[in-house]
Design a protein around this ligand. Structure first.
Ligand code: HPA
Length: 265
């Protein structure tokens, strides 16, 4: 695995030291508008960086201040279903850590596994199930670090988010996120299986970068925008355009919550 891009990124950031990273999932790129005069580094200019070709993903690093924090947004992620070597995720998370990042916030679009959590809902991830069959730490370093995963989504930060959501009147669901590799949506039988396993939402991202964030000692938060009900829970079929349309409708809630979070915590 290559050495990473820490030096390249540090030079581009020109003295800006990020303390918080926010990974923006499908259709969530508008969050970068919250940054004042951001430094933008396009993925295609970063040596060896895979660029994402998924519609709804913006494709670059956006660094700037929000509230009390120096934030670096990763607008558009590359997914394992695009054929990405999972170790690349570990490498880029290590770059973030070396740049100064201490808090890692992942966002995604996901399918709901609960009829009482409809499209347009916002879910804070409280735990996850790695059902992707992949792990970004495999073969990343010679000595495995066996990271503890008993409290992945930082309980104190989650509590702070709950308080802010209450204060701002933002309805916030909580639940377990299951990652499927994709790129197909699930079958009704798979949706039933994930429900049986105790998951509340299913998606095709987030878990690999969260595993690496924990490995590098970062404090993690995660949010799913519920874009649709899982297959079989409704008569409607799932499609990517519907996912993007519903994310666009819910975007504002998540943006507000994250902005307030950066101001208060
Ligand atoms: N399944 C998996 N990933 C998704 C879904 C879904 O139903 N919706 C948005 N991302």
């Amino acid at each position: 695995m290559a050495e990473g891009n820490y030096e390249f990124l540090q030079e581009k950031l020109d003295g800006f030291v990020p303390d918080t990273a926010v990974v923006l999932g499908s259709g969530l790129g508008d969050f970068t508008n919250a940054l004042q005069d951001p430094i933008v580094i396009h993925y295609e200019d970063i040596p060896g960086c895979p660029t994402t070709h998924v519609p709804g993903h913006k494709g670059g690093l956006y660094a700037g201040v929000i509230g009390k924090h120096n934030v670096i947004c990763l607008a558009g992620r590359t997914h394992l279903y695009e054929g990405l070597d999972p170790r690349y995720i570990a490498m880029s998370t290590r770059d973030l850590k070396e740049l100064g990042v201490k808090r890692f916030i992942a966002t995604n679009a996901a399918g709901s596994l609960r009829v009482d959590m409809p499209a347009g809902s916002l879910m804070m991830i409280t735990d996850h199930i790695n059902f992707s069959g992949r792990n970004p730490l495999v073969g990343f370093s010679k000595t495995p670090s066996f990271p503890d995963m008993s409290a992945v989504y930082n309980p104190e930060l989650c509590q702070k988010v709950r308080e802010i959501a209450k204060k701002e009147n933002i309805e916030l669901f909580e639940g377990v996120y299951a990652m499927a590799l994709g790129p197909n949506f699930e079958t009704p039988a798979e949706v039933k299986m994930f429900r049986t396993l105790g998951a509340d939402a299913v998606g095709m991202s987030t878990v690999p970068e969260v595993i690496t964030a924990i490995n590098f000692g970062l404090d993690v938060l995660g949010f799913s925008i519920i874009a649709n009900l899982g297959a079989g829970l409704t008569k409607e079929y799932v499609n990517h355009q519907e996912v993007l349309d519903n994310v666009a409708k819910t975007n504002a809630k998540l943006t507000l919550l994250l902005k307030k979070f950066m101001e208060e915590a």
